[in-house]
Write a protein that binds this ligand. Structure first.
Ligand SMILES: *Cc1c(COP(=O)(O)O)cnc(C)c1O
Length: 386
């Protein structure tokens, strides 16, 4: 028996369905212009919404911390891996989100997959939006609780499903900004149901922090519902421009997670440099409000330009889906845009449903209006020709 045959067969099938994934290697720092295939490209796909991955003040602070505290943390958080930089960042996060406390995980993925099994166990119920991120889905699976998937952002469907399971302990969990469609959770509806039925509420702010709310504080600020979500989870890897995941909430919550979350306990903590970069970036979001403001301006400008060219586009967040449909066509459009110097990948099954392939544009605070106008025109022209 050939032990590689199954893998090779499945890879071949992916190629035939235009679903085979290739790594694209970026040859410069992540910023609004990158080097790719040996040329300059306008980056319209990065999660670095505030363009802080290569920011001079963040780098200067991180470099100083690097020389002072070194490259590695040397242990897990509960052994030797908690340094001053970890604590400073957690304090800064708790303050930024207006919460009693914060706890940092190694990635957003590790936060979701570690936290959800702490909050819920066998016998409990988790209500999870059908478009939630893979890390939430994995967390639900690992918890062994009953996972009930409700229709996307549909609070009536959610309430019906809660009523079918009266008196059960559990959690409602949702992306704050959905990672493929860029739409925003119905937070007032979700929190009202959680409170009415005695369930915990958990929101994943991965694409919300630094993007929505007048000062970029995320979903609660967007809806003027500060302090209402029980478990505010997010990542430091997107608008913050560093690495790591976090949860903000009550002392009870963070102390519980420190004692119970396996991905926190059994993994070496992030380096002091990473913690320092994230902390300085958070400060910059407060010190330089123009970043969030410019990003929000860019979003409405770019969507407006696309619509003027006859391309349907509407988003309040930095993620702007442009529907294509067929996988093959989406890949072709994306390739042609690359040839013209615009980096906008095609998103395909299994990330989105089959036959619902799209371009997923992601904006940055530092894109200029001229760049966005040129991109919108090129996108419209390329789709029309494909
Ligand atoms: C990116 C993302 C994560 C994972 O965060 P990482 O820090 O990249 O591991 C979790 N949830 C959502 C909604 C995301 O988009």
């Amino acid at each position: 028996m050939d032990k590689w045959k199954r893998m090779e067969g499945e890879l071949q099938a992916l190629r035939e369905q235009h679903l085979y994934r290739e790594i694209k290697v970026i040859e410069s720092p992540q910023r609004s212009h990158v080097r790719y295939r040996d040329r300059d490209m306008l980056m319209l796909a990065s999660n670095s919404y505030l363009d802080l991955c290569d920011e001079a003040q963040v780098k200067a602070y991180a470099a100083k911390v690097l020389m002072e505290y070194g490259t590695g943390s040397g242990g897990s958080r509960l052994t030797t891996g908690t340094g001053i930089c970890h604590i400073r960042l957690e304090d800064a996060l708790a303050r930024f989100k207006g919460r009693e406390a914060a706890i940092v995980f190694n990635t957003g993925f590790a936060a979701n997959s570690g936290v959800i099994p702490c909050l819920c166990r066998q016998g409990d119920v988790i209500y999870s939006d059908e478009l939630n991120h893979a890390s939430i889905i994995d967390g639900c699976r690992q918890s062994r609780a009953e996972t009930v998937v409700y229709r996307h952002n549909d609070m009536a469907d959610l309430e019906r499903k809660i009523r079918e399971r009266p008196g059960r302990q559990g959690l409602i969990v949702s992306d704050g900004v959905f990672s493929m469609d860029g739409d925003i959770v119905d937070l007032p509806g979700l929190v009202e149901l959680a409170d009415a039925y005695g369930l915990l509420s958990m929101i994943d702010e991965a694409h919300a922090t630094g993007v929505i709310g007048a000062t970029g504080r995320g979903c609660e600020e967007h809806f003027r519902m500060e302090g209402r979500v029980d478990v505010l989870m997010g990542t430091l890897s997107k608008a913050i421009g560093a690495e790591g995941g976090y949860v903000c909430g009550s002392h009870t919550l963070t102390e519980y997670l420190k004692n119970k979350a396996r991905s926190y306990i059994f993994s070496t903590s992030l380096s002091p440099v990473t913690m320092a970069a994230a902390k300085r970036a958070l400060e910059l979001i407060e010190e330089e409000p123009w970043r969030v403001e410019r990003l929000q301006e860019n979003i409405s400008f770019f969507c407006g330009r696309l619509r003027e060219h006859g391309v349907e586009a509407a988003s309040e967040t930095a993620i702007i889906p442009i529907r294509i449909g067929e996988e093959e066509k989406a890949v072709k459009v994306s390739e042609r845009l690359l040839e013209q110097g615009f980096f906008i990948p095609a998103i395909r099954y299994p990330t989105v449903k089959k036959g619902e392939a799209m371009l997923r544009a992601a904006l940055m605070a530092t894109h200029t209006k001229e760049e966005l106008a040129a991109a919108a025109a090129a996108i419209a022209r390329t789709i029309a020709l494909a």
